[in-house]
Design a binder for this molecule. Structure first.
Ligand code: ZEM
Length: 294
């Protein structure tokens, strides 16, 4: 055996540049695979990172992005995770080319990369997640149920440690992507630009007229003007709730305020349950592909 090579491998401590290289590999793969869905794997990568993180329970300190336990059947087969295999498979060649990164760090890095490449704010990042076996799978039911209302949202996000303002800020992610009948049963995008992060989710929620769609599928709203956009019952709940609505109004008016609060709350979401050995001052900001070439 090549003892020198073995030694180099064992002592390889990846640094910022190594993670920026993986970021770039994800960003390039996003550009290459523009045949998917609305032209990007970006939204489904954000959903993967969110579902990996959103299982966190602050009381038992279980779940969260440490572990990447969605790789295993019990958790991967939870109804809420339907369709996320597409995101995990998309990342597999990147994991193969960079075997030193854990799945759990890779999934969150992919979420950060997708948000930034879809013109969202910078999400500071630090590695430190390790992969765990299937005994760490969380029980079903920890992620939100879109057919419910605000008290359900408060219970689910409260368990992760988030307040009303943070629930509203996180919900702005629904500017991205769409619902799929073969995944959640719901259908359609929330905005007209589902591969660019903007505050359009809030603007449309307030400015459009919404009516219950008449169809065989689950209860969802459609805009009366174009009938091409959708909102979930939980999306409606955040404008019906007196305490949450002011934050929707604020973010609808002010994209900078949305980006600032979104970055702060997503950073916290992505770090839930991770036993970091590095401090909060050790987070990195990755450069977008555009920023590196111009
Ligand atoms: Zn979502 N989300 N989500 N979400 N989500 C879907 C899709 C996406 C809820 C929900 O039930 C659904 C957050 C919060 C909540 C994204 C990001 C984030 C879908 C459609 C449903 C049903 C799945 C499908 O059929 O493909 C509920 C009830 C939430 C409570 C507030 C948070 C927080 C997110 C990130 C920060 C994204 C990006 C998508 C689009 C995925 C795609 O494939 O296009």
């Amino acid at each position: 055996p090549d003892l020198f090579a073995e030694k180099v491998k064992a002592s390889f401590v990846p640094a910022f540049e190594d993670y920026q290289k993986v970021y770039n590999a994800i960003a390039k793969a996003l550009e290459e695979h523009d045949e998917y869905d609305d032209g990007s794997y970006g939204p489904v990568l954000v959903r993967l990172a969110w579902h990996a993180s959103g299982t966190y329970d602050k009381d038992t300190k279980t779940g969260g992005s440490n572990g990447a336990t969605m790789r295993f059947a019990p958790e991967g087969d939870h109804g809420a995770n339907a369709g996320l295999k597409a995101a995990r498979d998309f990342l597999e060649p990147i994991k193969e080319a960079n075997p030193w990164i854990t799945y759990s760090d890779l999934w969150i890095l992919a979420g950060v990369c997708a948000i930034q490449e879809m013109q969202g704010p910078v999400i500071p990042y630090r590695p430190g997640r390790s992969d765990r076996d299937l005994s760490f799978c969380t029980p079903d039911g920890r992620l939100p149920d879109a057919s419910k209302e605000q008290n359900h949202l408060r219970a689910i996000f409260g368990r992760m440690g988030f307040n009303d303002q943070e629930i509203v800020a996180l919900s702005g992610a629904h500017a991205l992507g769409r619902c799929h009948t073969d995944r959640s049963g719901f259908e359609g995008p929330w905005t007209f630009s589902p591969t660019v992060l903007t505050n359009d989710y809030y603007r449309l929620l307030l400015e459009e007229k919404w009516q219950w769609r008449k169809w065989d599928g689950p209860k969802q709203l459609q805009d009366t003007k174009t009938k091409s956009l959708m909102m979930l019952p939980t999306d409606l709940a955040i404008i019906q709730d007196k305490k949450m609505r002011p934050f929707v109004e604020k973010y609808a008016k002010d994209n900078d305020a949305f980006f600032k609060d979104f970055s702060a709350v997503v950073l916290r979401l992505f770090e839930l349950g991770v036993p970091f050995t590095t401090g909060k001052d050790q987070r990195w900001s990755f450069k977008t592909l555009d920023a590196q070439t111009s």
